[in-house]
Write a protein that binds this ligand. Structure first.
Ligand code: SD4
Length: 327
């Protein structure tokens, strides 16, 4: 039974500017008409993930929900073996195991997550099943994997020859030195607004390369790697997850937007909070992106080099985020 059905849709009652016209459009099937011209679908994602934002935009453009858009969008990266930070082809932990983390959040503040999931190409879809078909928010490890099999997901080897060869090379020194914007490249966090004005988000990763077995970062942690409040907006993160977790980064950014900051200002404040908690130490990367209910976007990072993609009616843009350290 779908838990979401039991939850009240508070967003429609609070988003006054959209309410009456939207309720009318919600009742039509398949292709809802955008009665209120203020609502423009938009998708935003960490890094230069053209194929993923293209996919999400297709869903939005066909009057799909933001939730379907972000799920199907990030699935592109999960299946892409050339992205060695997400899904199949992800770099393993130091014992050679590829372990995946993902979470998803919808317009009604429902959320689902999987942590330390092995052998499944699409953790984001398992996270969605956790959200929609269990009374829980997070499933981890073997339990998450067994749950996935029960839901029909297939077992697959996630370690590609390329990632295996690199790991074997790394083992010769076993030095753990994350390299900014290389080792931490390509976790995908995605946020979307659909034609009804509803927001959803997804975040999925294979985590830090060569991490200690069992390590989980920010990406599957609601509030850290991802947060959505349909009354306000959404935020998602990439970079050194430990730093994002200890400042509850994405939640902070959404709360700053609730208090009136633009997505850009809120992302800057989120990054600066992390820097201040590290005594101004700047030798790691964090990147945040955010979107508000009006469809305004922002992105900010510590080190130069973080890009994000925006796809809206204006077309596709790959943006370079401004950074705390100027390039
Ligand atoms: C983590 N935030 O596991 C992730 C890593 C990341 O691109 O962003 N990689 O800490």
């Amino acid at each position: 039974m779908k838990r979401r059905k039991f939850l009240k849709n508070s967003s429609l009652s609070t988003a006054g500017i959209f309410s009456a016209s939207l309720l009318a459009s919600c009742e039509t099937d398949k292709k809802p008409q955008v009665v209120n011209k203020m609502i423009k679908p938009i998708v935003i994602a960490t890094w230069d993930v053209l194929n993923a934002t293209n996919k999400a935009w297709q869903v939005l453009n066909n009057a799909g929900t933001a939730l379907d858009a972000v799920e199907q969008g990030v699935m592109i990266e999960e299946a892409d073996i050339n992205n060695q930070s997400v899904g199949k082809g992800g770099r393993p932990d130091r014992d050679g195991n590829v372990t995946l983390d993902a979470c998803i959040m919808d317009k009604d503040s429902n959320c689902g997550a999987v942590l330390y999931l092995k052998n499944i190409v699409h953790p984001i879809s398992v996270a969605r099943k956790v959200m929609e078909e269990t009374p829980h928010v997070m499933l981890a490890g073997k339990g998450a994997e067994l749950f996935a099999y029960q839901k029909g997901f297939k077992k697959e080897n996630l370690l590609t020859e390329k990632s295996k060869a690199e790991w074997l090379e790394w083992k010769k020194t076993s030095k753990y030195q994350p390299v900014i914007n290389i080792e931490n490249h390509d976790t995908i966090g995605m946020l979307a607004i659909d034609s009804k004005g509803d927001i959803a988000g997804a975040c999925t990763t294979s985590g830090m390369a060569y991490k200690i077995g069992g390590r989980v970062g920010d990406s599957p942690i609601i509030g850290a790697g991802l947060f959505v409040d349909n009354e306000v907006g959404g935020a998602t993160a990439t970079g050194v997850g430990e730093e994002v977790v200890r400042t509850v980064g994405s939640f902070l950014i959404v709360e700053l937007m609730r208090q009136g900051k633009t997505p850009q200002e809120a992302c800057e404040e989120g990054v600066k909070r992390i820097i201040s908690k590290n005594n101004e130490k700047l030798d790691f990367q964090i990147g945040f992106i955010a979107i508000n209910k009006k469809g305004e976007t922002g992105g900010y990072c510590i080190q130069p080099g973080f890009t994000y993609r925006v796809y809206s009616e204006q077309g596709h843009i790959n943006k370079t985020a401004s950074s705390y350290i100027s390039s």
